[in-house]
Structure formats: structure tokens, C-alpha cells
Design a protein around this ligand. Structure first.
Ligand code: 5GP
Ligand code: ZN
Length: 123
């Protein structure tokens, strides 16, 4: 089966190190939404090697810098969807680095906690 993230062309890879690369999300949640993936196809976060996790970690920091230079965000969300029921739609491990902007939603408090219905109210 072909994998869309294995097929991301070189010219779209805005950051790269030995084991990972980054590219902009085609359907961004916010402007500057970056995805960071291991070069080797791994299905989920928990399938990655420690080396790959370190490489992704390195690109999270470089991605933050890149986004700050281009878009001047006011905050970030970092997220990984794991498995179909965790919301993962592309089965090649990717970490979302999503810049956030003052005023992009009415009440930002709670961040990624708002992605799923709350079991109990958050004080
Ligand atoms: P998931 O829901 O699996 O965590 O996220 C998959 C992400 O990949 C989504 O944010 C979606 O917009 C993005 N995406 C899907 N197909 C493509 C593609 O062909 N190119 C790029 N750059 N992003 C994609
Ligand atoms: Zn892949």
C-alpha cells in the first residue's frame, strides 16, 4: 500500500535531520501547521525507535523557530493521534505542531483538552 507521507516530495520537506523531516499540513488547522514524521515508515508514535523520537523532538524545536520567524504565533499545540480511535487518519506516525494565535478561538483555555468531550468539568 502506498503511503502519502512516505511520498512527500523533497522540495516540500522544509526541515530534515538524519531520521525525520517536517512539512506543512495540506489542510492546516491554523496557518503554519507543521507535521513532523520519521523517515522510516512507522504506523504510530509507539512504534518509533528512541532515535526517531529524538529526531522528531529536534525538529519540533526547529519547527517552532521556523513558524515563529514566518508567522509570529502567540502559542502552540503539540499533538499526536494514535490509532483509528485516537483520531489518526494517516497511518504514518506524525506529530502535529500547531501554532496558535490570540483570538483564534473565543476561549483558548483547555487547549487540546477540548478535542474530546470532557468527562468532568475543568475548573
Ligand atoms: P491525523 O488525523 O492522522 O492525525 O492527521 C493527518 C494530517 O495529515 C491532517 O492534519 C491532514 O490535514 C494532513 N494531510 C493529509 N493528507 C496530506 C497530504 O497529502 N499532504 C499534507 N501535507 N498533509 C496531509
Ligand atoms: Zn509512510
Amino acid at each position: 500500500m502506498t503511503c502519502v507521507f512516505c511520498g512527500i516530495p523533497m522540495q516540500k520537506r522544509v526541515l530534515e535531520n538524519e531520521h525525520a523531516f517536517a512539512f506543512f499540513d495540506l489542510y492546516p488547522v491554523q496557518k503554519g501547521h507543521l507535521l513532523i514524521v520519521p523517515k522510516q515508515h512507522r504506523e504510530t508514535y509507539f512504534d518509533a525507535t528512541e532515535q526517531e523520537i529524538m529526531a522528531i523532538h529536534d525538529l519540533l524545536h526547529k519547527g517552532k523557530q521556523l513558524i515563529e520567524e514566518s508567522y509570529q504565533p502567540d502559542g502552540f499545540n503539540i499533538g499526536v493521534n494514535v490509532g483509528e480511535y485516537g483520531g489518526q487518519t494517516v497511518m504514518h506516525l506524525h506529530v502535529h505542531l500547531i501554532p496558535r494565535y490570540k483570538g483564534d478561538i473565543d476561549d483558548p483555555r483547555g487547549g487540546i483538552r477540548k478535542a474530546i468531550p470532557n468527562l468532568v468539568p475543568y475548573p
